[in-house]
Design a protein around this ligand. Structure first.
Ligand code: SF4
Length: 228
């Protein structure tokens, strides 16, 4: 059974945010607008954290794309009263929308702030409705949602491989953020395959996990910048 994971090379990331746009398009994410964002309701399954290092004039911008870390010891899972968030056998932190009753305990318990509540039914005025992805549900108000590692793409490739009676090839599944990243900073694949690209990168001496001291065991592995 594959164990899905991702690496993000911070030495390659330029902070362009193409990954954010790609995720919106792929996963039917609404754009909430300035007023809602000002209330702390910005809604992105992946965001690019920006920070500055050093003193003027020797200042360096640092970027870090942050998405659901699909933690093996996910703090969001035990606090859900309806088991709407759970761990799949392939290591995904899954969210069952029609079980979610909107308590938001999971978001409060997530140290990465990557879970989002749908405060209103999303609106898709024409022609925006034309771009909705038919492989992904449009979530109604009152549920929690977050990055799925593009689970619809995973299933599509797995179905094709099954029809062709073969294994899924390394690199055959690409998440939307990965596919769009012009710097090829994002790599997705099977961490249990010792020879997969993602697995080799995850063993790099530049590898670290975000807030790993909390014991969450994230499946997203970051690669440090060479000069940091
Ligand atoms: S698309 Fe790639 S380079 Fe641009 S912000 Fe995302 S990870 Fe970084």
């Amino acid at each position: 059974m594959p164990q899905w994971g991702m690496t993000i090379d911070l030495d390659r990331c330029t902070g362009c945010e193409a990954c954010v746009v790609a995720c919106h398009a792929e996963n039917n994410l609404p754009v909430v607008g300035q007023a809602e964002a000002a209330k702390g309701r910005a809604h992105h399954w992946i965001r690019v954290e920006r920070s500055w290092e050093g003193e003027f004039p020797n200042v360096k911008a640092r970027f870090m794309p942050v998405l659901c870390q699909h933690c093996d010891a996910a703090p969001c899972e035990p606090v859900c009263p309806t088991y709407a968030t759970y761990h799949t056998p392939e290591g995904l932190n899954a969210q069952v929308y029609n079980r979610c009753v909107g308590t938001r305990f999971c978001a409060n318990n997530c140290p990465y702030t990557v879970r989002f509540f749908t405060w209103f039914d999303p609106e898709w005025p024409p022609p925006l409705d034309e771009q909705l992805n038919p492989d992904v549900s449009v979530r109604s108000s009152g549920v929690m949602e977050k990055c799925t590692f593009c689970v619809q793409r995973i299933h599509k490739v797995q179905d094709t491989a099954k029809d062709e009676e073969r294994e899924v090839r390394d690199g055959e599944i690409q998440t939307a953020c990965q596919q769009t990243c012009p710097a090829e900073a994002i790599v997705f694949g099977d961490l249990s395959d010792h020879n997969s690209r993602v697995s080799k990168l995850a063993r790099s001496n530049r590898a670290f996990r975000l807030l790993e001291e909390l014991g969450t065991k994230p499946r997203v592995v970051y690669l440090k910048q060479e000069d940091s």
